[in-house]
Design a protein around this ligand. Sequence first.
Ligand code: GLP
Length: 250
Amino acid sequence: MMKIMKAQDYEHASRVVANFLAAQVLLKPDCILGLATGSTPLGAYQELVKRHKEGELSFAQVTTFNLDEYFGLPPEDERSYHYYMHYHFLDHLDIRQEQTHLPNGMAENLEAEPKRYDGLMHQAGQIDLQLLGIGLNGHIGFNEPGEIINDTHVVDLTETTIESNSRFFQRSEDVPRKAITMGIGTILRAKKIVMMVTGENKAKALKNTILGPITADVPATLLRLHSDFTIVADAEALSLVQDRLDLAEI
Ligand code: GLP
């Protein structure tokens, strides 16, 4: 079932998403979290770091698996998702670093890396809570429109994605063309999914996700097949569905 929570703005949405993650960690200290990158979850990560520093929240027993990683960027490259996760979140917690996982975009055998990553997830058990953002074209992780691939896999990024991620690189030619991502099946296997969507530029993707037909052409629509799927969005992102759904603010 899909639930939609309407927040006032980015800060509010960030606090709500932080609440989801914090509640999960409090209820099950040895939980497995599926984590996302991008600019959207930054506020939620900051809020969680704050709560940890204030002594409210311990991540000592938590395990994490990230959705995706670019191909060819080493972990010390500040544009890699490894760097992002450590810089913004993991390095500020009491989490055991060996319990934190991202696909290895520098794997010598790129074809073998998805299997290795799926193996690790399989060993760890079911993800309790998967956090997601959404791409402008409705992609989740790096599952681009058009094809459903269930397991972790190597993907050729679309021009839209390369273009929109080029803001983190000097030139769009510098954006990696390939990435490794959890598949749709991997994501749908999580017990609970929370997708955070903010800003006017995501309004169209969110409208398609909520009201459009369930199709591989908008990968986020497939999340509606999950039994515990919550969207936390701000008023701007919900602007194109507000009239149809008449959502009350939380
Ligand atoms: C990238 C990531 C996605 C993320 C998306 C949106 O493509 N692979 O996981 O959801 O960007 O990013 P942002 O939150 O910066 O809009």
